[in-house]
Design a binder for this molecule. Structure first.
Ligand code: NDP
Length: 281
């Protein structure tokens, strides 16, 4: 490695396992696209080693990092989080500010920016239905609340986790049972799947879209397969849709701009690149 290459800004994604991550493809595409002499790598780091690794990020030559499973909660505790990371309870992006290790959660803006890009005006509804109450549901519910959705109805297999979302985010959140879905879908302008159902290797997501309000937007966070059964059925019924790959690409924007100083665009060329990679698995 030359001296010049060593001086180039570098970032990485830290996880365990990490081989499945597409972040490297996304950020290295942008580095090439904008002609930045930087680098983005994958770092396989166990839970045991994470704190030491995060503490030595700068010494390792990193200007920041993405953090993925299983480190997102620990990353929050080891850094100075912004409001979004604090509210979601997990950090996925680290950077340095005035010498301090800062963190944010970019799933919130990935979710919102993707909807804005593919279904502008989606937030002109007072009712949204969210399936699931895990980690990604926290980012989704926080984003919906931020955008002023009056009633966010949450259905989850484990009812207590939906109740916990209300405790965390307040009265806009309504934990509901699956039996209430048909009535709620009839008035919802947005349906979001945040469960892992429908993902390759997982059980299918079984839901009847027939009662869903005409014109309601359907969003699935699952991106493998790219076209989930939920999205296929929604498109067939004429609903606008937002897919998980769009969210994944949009959530990467903030990290890149924090580390490399340019706010990158989510282009059709980038999407095609990641789609081709997803098709390999
Ligand atoms: P979590 O493990 O935190 O949550 C999983 C959710 O799925 C829970 O609500 C869980 O219910 C539910 N679930 C799992 N199995 C079943 C089942 N058999 N029947 C009913 N419900 C079930 O995962 P995440 O929230 O982190 O991720 C969820 C999905 O979102 C994944 O597919 C992930 O890849 C995707 N994702 C996509 C992103 C993107 O950028 N596109 C970003 C983040 C996530 P329960 O509480 O009862 O266990």
């Amino acid at each position: 490695m030359t001296g010049a290459a060593r001086a180039a800004p570098a970032a990485c994604v830290i996880g365990w396992p990490i081989a499945h991550s597409r972040s490297q493809l996304i950020h290295n595409y942008w580095l090439r696209h904008y002609g930045i002499a930087g680098e983005y790598r994958r770092e396989a780091v166990t839970a045991e080693d994470f704190a030491a690794f995060a503490g030595s990020l700068a010494a390792r030559g990193y200007v920041g990092a993405n953090v993925t499973l299983p480190h997102k909660e620990v990353a929050l505790r080891l850094s100075l989080p912004d409001d979004r990371a604090e509210a979601v309870g997990a950090a996925n992006t680290l950077w340095f500010e005035g010498g301090a290790l800062r963190s944010t959660n970019t799933d919130v803006e990935g979710f919102l920016a993707n909807l804005d890009a593919v279904a502008a005006g989606w937030d002109r509804t007072s009712d949204a239905v969210v399936l699931g109450a895990g980690g990604s549901a926290r980012a989704v519910v926080f984003g919906l609340r931020e955008r002023g959705i009056a009633r966010i109805h949450v259905v989850n297999r484990t009812a207590e986790r939906a109740v916990a979302l209300r405790t965390r985010f307040g009265e806009q959140v309504h934990p509901v049972s699956a039996a209430e879905l048909p009535d709620l879908l009839a008035k919802a302008g947005l349906l979001v799947n945040t469960t892992s159902l429908g993902m390759r290797g997982q059980p299918p997501l079984v839901i009847d879209l027939a009662p869903l309000r005409s014109g309601a937007v359907v969003c699935d966070l699952v991106y493998a397969p790219l076209e989930t059964e939920l999205l296929r059925a929604a498109r067939a019924a004429g609903h606008p849709t937002a897919d998980g790959l769009g969210m994944l690409l949009h959530q990467a924007v903030r990290g890149f701009s924090l580390w490399f100083g340019i706010r990158p665009s989510v282009t059709p060329e980038l999407r095609t690149l990641i789609e081709a990679d997803l098709a390999k698995t």
